[in-house]
Design a protein around this ligand. Structure first.
Ligand SMILES: NC(=O)c1ccc[n+]([C@@H]2O[C@H](COP(=O)([O-])OP(=O)(O)OC[C@H]3O[C@@H](n4cnc5c(N)ncnc54)[C@H](O)[C@@H]3O)[C@@H](O)[C@H]2O)c1
Length: 268
């Protein structure tokens, strides 16, 4: 039986780790060829191995998504290699200004140090540059090629459940993810006439290197799980499966929508 993404090409930013890596493997298993864009070449190699083990082709393009020109180069490299880009998953992101991927970043002992009135504005600028402006740059670069080549593609932006709840000390992250949600809606309306769909995913707590610092601490893990009616943290595969639905034709009447794989986190 043909895979659900047979013959398609997907660009996945943040594909060297966590949610991006799981999405690359899931898409490859469904027949997609994938282009991995990330800062880390070493960790991306592991994703490339997983994609090849699933029987598909993969390319790595070293990319800092917060730099406009690097997103343009990424889009050009994907088209040069595979002739098309049908799917974009914009998963590159940071949890805070001192995180890139996998580092355990301890918060300040005094939690008010992270409040807006106390936190250095450079931290805000860094998080917004990667999580919001970077996503806009990648969306823009890929969408322009889709329009030029007449590709009826699917763009999927990774937002967060933090887009709808105020987390004290994480205004930069919450605002960046709320911005991604609105960016998704505006782009969906702007691109609908070209047959391009744009949706977002707002994961709850997912077991990846980004949450390893918190979830590795038993008390904090229990506290996180207690917010989730389904009683467990999410797996990267839970988000990859959501992305697969949004990438595939099964979601052909969805655009401008956000789906929350969050174990029921903010249900009531
Ligand atoms: N893990 C969670 O609980 C959770 C929840 C909600 C949303 N998210 C979002 O999911 C996405 C993926 O996170 P994850 O949990 O897989 O974390 P992760 O740290 O495992 O992966 C993030 C990847 O993004 C890459 N990256 C960071 N900055 C980049 C840049 N400027 N250019 C290119 N690549 C860059 C990192 O190198 C890393 O490979 C992020 O946008 C994150 O905010 C995660």
């Amino acid at each position: 039986m043909a895979g659900r993404l047979e013959g398609r090409v997907a660009v996945i930013t943040g594909g060297a780790s966590g949610i991006g890596r799981a999405t690359a493997a899931r898409f490859a298993a469904e027949g997609a060829r994938v282009v991995i864009a990330d800062l880390s070449e070493a960790r991306a190699q592991e994703t490339l191995s997983e994609v090849r083990a699933a029987g598909s082709e993969a390319l790595f393009v070293k990319t800092d998504t917060s730099v406009l020109a690097e997103n343009e180069a990424l889009a050009d490299a994907a088209i040069a290699a595979f002739g098309t880009v049908d799917i974009l998953v914009a998963a590159a992101g940071v949890s805070n200004a001192r995180y890139i991927s996998g580092e355990v970043v301890e918060g300040p002992a005094d939690r008010t140090a992270g409040f807006i009135i106390n936190k250095p504005v450079e931290y805000w600028e860094k998080v917004l540059a990667v999580n919001l402006t970077g996503v806009m740059y990648t969306d823009r670069a890929i969408a322009r090629r889709m329009v030029d080549l007449g590709i009826k593609g699917s763009i999927i932006n990774i937002s967060s459940a933090a887009s709808k709840v105020p987390l004290p000390g994480a205004a930069d992250y919450c605002v960046s993810k709320a911005g991604v949600w609105m960016l998704t809606k505006v782009l969906a309306v702007e691109l609908a006439g070209h047959g391009i769909r744009v949706n977002a995913i707002g994961p709850g707590y997912i077991d990846t290197p980004m949450t390893a610092g918190a979830s590795g601490d038993e008390a904090r893990r229990r506290q996180m799980v207690s917010t989730m009616p389904l009683g467990r943290m999410g797996e990267a595969e839970d988000v990859a499966n959501t992305a697969l639905f949004l990438a595939s034709d099964e979601s052909s009447f969805f655009t401008g929508e956000i789906l929350f794989p969050d174990g029921g986190m903010f249900t009531g």
